[in-house]
Write a protein that binds this ligand. Structure first.
Ligand SMILES: Nc1ncnc2c1ncn2[C@@H]1O[C@H](COP(=O)(O)OP(=O)(O)O)[C@@H](O)[C@H]1O
Ligand SMILES: C[C@@](O)(CCOP(=O)(O)O)CC(=O)O
Ligand SMILES: [Mg+2]
Length: 387
């Protein structure tokens, strides 16, 4: 039997980086997904044959580890259905050794973090049982849209379903994709967070939480509040195609914070106020055109202020500045989203101007070699399908 699990990427409307240091942040799921499909294979009679295979379709790369090699490196693991234990330094070192001999092209060496997270999740949840996993994603990888979290959430969802630890709870029989109940989602989220730790070093947990639970959320110190967004929030996403790595950017902000503790504490505090205000504005119901415009003006101003503070943290980039300047020509406000340093930028598209301005600004941005995504904001989180 095959289990498929899909998990969305996300945008951060306010609060990235500061959220790692305890400030509030606001994030929403988007309708771009990573899907992990898992098929367990029968154990061979001698107990030693078979392999764990990971097929990364978008990269056209397949990785494989004989079960005997996994047992040799990690011991006789039985698999675990309950809450996860963090990956110990010894296990991480053993996983790093298992990367040896895998042919990762130099240009895609960043995939090794994802492979390590995969091996940790697979062997911790299922032990060293043979199986094949195929991963396909709509998301640009390493661009600020939470591909690492969507990878960990979809993988944890598929593995925990295959292990029997979680089961599909809700959804009509006619629907292919089914939703989990709250307890199952909590468990998937805990495992995905451990996977994110392997990829990010010090994640806040916002990305895996919004990918698991979907919708729009406020997140602060591990606490999640669901936001009821009363009016649609329309965002254009521009991928500058400048590659970057969240782990390095998060570490860079922490280093700046240790050099200038008082100044950065004030910056993080200001971001906290922006996220708090933005989350209450999002929940206001605007009934007419004047109210909608006034609400969107406030959101735009808060995004603009947040972008200035992200510059203070040292995570903007000349490509991001180009997107800001271009959108400003159309009187639109933008901010980076995710870790910055390149990657993606959000542009708020006012409801009343959407028909006039969206295509024009996207066309101009694409003429510079950027890639634009028009996404639905605040949709579903993890979904699973068996077949
Ligand atoms: N589909 C995928 N297959 C393998 N690894 C992935 C995949 N998606 C994400 N990753 C891992 O996550 C890393 C990107 O995460 P990160 O730097 O946090 O950027 P973002 O989460 O914004 O895309 C990649 O370098 C890779 O290790
Ligand atoms: C910078 C940060 O706030 C968000 C990172 O998002 P992404 O990996 O760039 O999509 C880090 C975190 O909250 O874990
Ligand atoms: Mg990430």
């Amino acid at each position: 039997m095959e289990v498929r699990a899909r998990a969305p990427g996300k945008i951060i409307l306010a609060g990235e980086h500061a959220v790692v240091h305890g400030s509030a942040a606001v994030a929403a799921a988007i309708d771009l997904y990573t899907t992990s499909s898992l098929r367990l294979l029968p154990e061979e009679e001698d107990g030693g044959a078979g392999a764990v295979e990971l097929d990364l379709r978008d990269s056209a790369l397949v990785f494989s580890w004989p079960c005997s090699r996994l047992r040799g490196a990690l011991g006789e693991l039985s698999g675990k259905a309950g809450a996860p234990a963090p990956c110990s330094p010894d296990k991480l070192a053993a996983i790093a050794k298992l990367m040896e001999g895998q042919e990762i092209p130099e240009a895609k060496i960043w995939l090794s973090a994802g492979l390590s997270a995969f091996l940790y999740l697979y062997t911790s949840i299922l032990g060293c049982r043979p199986g094949k996993t195929v991963v396909i994603s709509d998301l640009p990888i390493g661009a600020g849209l939470g591909s690492s979290a969507a990878f960990c959430v979809s993988m944890s969802g598929a593995l925990l379903t295959a292990s029997g630890a979680v089961g599909t709870g809700r959804g009509s029989g006619a629907e292919e994709w089914q939703l989990f109940g709250k307890d199952d989602l909590e468990l998937v989220n805990q495992w995905a967070f451990q996977g994110e730790k392997i990829i990010h070093g010090k994640p806040s947990g916002i990305d895996n939480s919004v990918s698991t639970f979907g919708s729009m959320i406020k997140f602060k110190k591990g606490e999640l509040t669901n936001l009821r967004s009363r009016n649609p929030v329309k965002m254009l996403i521009t991928d500058t195609r400048v590659g970057r790595n969240t782990k390095a950017l998060v570490a860079g902000v922490s280093e700046r914070a240790s050099r200038h503790p008082d100044a950065t504490a004030s910056v993080f505090n200001a971001v906290n106020s922006i996220s708090e205000e933005l989350s209450s504005i999002v929940e206001l119901a605007a009934e007419d055109e004047i109210a909608i415009t006034s609400k969107e003006d406030k959101l735009a101003e808060l995004m603009e202020m947040n972008q200035g503070l992200l510059q203070c943290m040292g995570v903007s980039h000349s490509s991001i500045e180009t997107v800001l300047r271009t959108s400003l020509k159309y009187s639109l406000v933008s901010k980076l989203t995710g870790a910055g340093g390149g990657g993606c930028v959000l542009t708020l598209i006012p409801t009343l101007l959407a028909n006039i301005v969206l295509e024009k600004v996207a066309t101009e941005l694409e003429s510079y070699g950027f890639r634009c995504f028009k996404v639905e904001v605040g949709g579903r989180g993890l979904q699973v399908c068996r077949g």
